[in-house]
Design a protein around this ligand. Structure first.
Ligand code: FAD
Length: 376
């Protein structure tokens, strides 16, 4: 991580900044209540900011897949004081057993925890000090002579010292920050389900298992994801397996006929199998405009192989907090944050593309650690 240096700048600049000396109370509107939004909201709240978080889904909505926390994400959680609690809600994964093209491999792992996405979002949730607005869909971010503002579905607008776009891969905030930005569909997609631990499960409580069938452009895995739950996932070469006008159910059934029963029985027992239409995009040159910045998938969609989506979102929050603590003007803090975020996102993107190419070419003879752990 780049070491931040304390800088000062003249009070007036293109952002209309006033120096605030670190933590004087400021207002922030965070858009999106996923991992990135809650991590940013929590961090800013702890810096003394007045935080308002807007989430388009109703309060009861839940998005039920699971995530792998890796070393960088765990470090971020530790700095937020949440790591110990989360270790109880997830499962520490200590072994990976993989079968690639008929060859078995086994490796020990460190700093790897699998847990349901909701457990992570709930742990980041703070009821005190954050104004949470559900059913609050942001239509756009725009600017006028008074600066940037957020416009909601009911026509209301909101201004703040800082606007954080954490509204995911199809971000509307990004349309303001980088209107020409294009994302393309990832070439490898996933079906993901969180299921109750199967009776007599062959899984040890600390092992992730993965099978890769290079000839068929398929891989699948199972991992324990907290007490009484397992996550099961299937990765497939989209071009090879998808037919026009085919429903998700038809596609899944076709794919399952090629996979071992341990995978198919779990997937079939699930009430909710999510299809993750992965996205790929060049790293944004510009992750901010005026006092509006992007975090998480809105800033840098991640390919599935690096298991970095949630981890990168947590790191964004920590980096944003550090930048705001270390700089006396908003513009310096935002600039610092964006430089760090872009550099990291670029590394993840390149790693993800390399692994995607290997998967698609069928030349993945051993599973690199991050590929073997590409869990939902
Ligand atoms: C089915 C599925 C499986 C996944 N599997 C993996 C995986 O295996 N490995 C991995 O690393 N990552 C995976 N991901 C991605 C991972 O979940 C994210 O990278 C990570 O959680 C960070 O997300 P985020 O908070 O940036 O975005 P999101 O989790 O997408 O959250 C964005 C939030 O913003 C809200 N929102 C969107 N638009 C608006 C709006 N206009 N106004 C108000 N609110 C809005 C959304 O409702 C949502 O709650 C998966 C995602 C999905 C959907």
């Amino acid at each position: 991580m780049i070491r931040l240096q304390r800088k000062t700048r003249s009070p007036s600049n293109s952002y209309g900044d006033q120096p605030w000396g670190g933590i004087n109370s400021k207002t922030v509107v965070v858009i999106g209540g996923g991992v990135a939004g809650w991590a940013a909201a929590r961090t800013l709240n702890q810096l003394g900011w007045q935080v308002e978080l807007h989430e388009k889904s109703p309060a009861a909505a839940s998005k039920g897949h699971a995530l792998l926390l890796m070393e960088n994400g765990l470090r971020a959680l530790e700095s937020m004081g949440l790591k110990r609690d989360l270790l109880r809600k997830g499962t520490e994964i200590k072994f990976a057993r993989t079968r690639v093209g008929g060859i078995n491999n086994s490796e020990m792992l460190t700093n790897c925890v699998c847990l349901p996405r909701n457990a992570l979002v709930n742990a980041l949730f703070l009821s005190k000090g954050i104004k949470l607005c559900h059913d609050s869909k942001v239509m756009c971010v725009d600017r006028d002579e008074s600066g940037s503002f957020v416009k909601f579905h009911d026509g209301k607008i909101r201004r703040a010292d800082l606007i954080v776009g954490a509204d995911g891969v199809h971000s509307v905030v990004r349309q303001f920050v980088a209107p020409d930005f294009k994302i393309r569909m990832g070439k490898v997609q996933e079906f993901v389900a969180l299921v109750p631990t199967a009776e007599g499960s062959f899984l040890s409580s600390e092992t992730v298992r993965k099978i890769h069938l290079p000839e068929q452009g398929l891989a699948a895995g199972i991992a324990p994801a907290g007490p009484g739950q397992e996550v099961v996932w299937v990765q497939f070469d989209h071009q090879r397996w998808c037919r026009e006008q085919q429903s998700d159910d038809e596609l899944l059934e076709t794919i399952l006929t090629n996979l071992p029963s341990a995978v198919t029985s779990r997937i079939r027992s699930s009430q909710a199998v999510h299809r993750w239409r992965t996205c790929d995009a060049v790293t944004l040159d510009k992750m901010s405009r005026d006092n509006v910045l992007l975090v998480g998938d809105a800033a840098h969609p991640c390919l599935p192989f690096t298991s970095q989506g949630a981890n990168a979102a947590l790191v964004d929050a920590v980096n944003l907090g550090q930048a705001l603590r270390c700089h006396s003007t908003m513009s310096d803090a935002i600039d610092q944050f964006c430089v760090e975020s872009a550099a990291t996102a670029n590394r993840h993107l390149q790693a993800g593309r390399t692994l995607e190419r290997e998967f698609l070419s069928g030349r993945m003879t051993a599973l690199p650690r991050s590929a073997s752990l590409a869990v939902a």
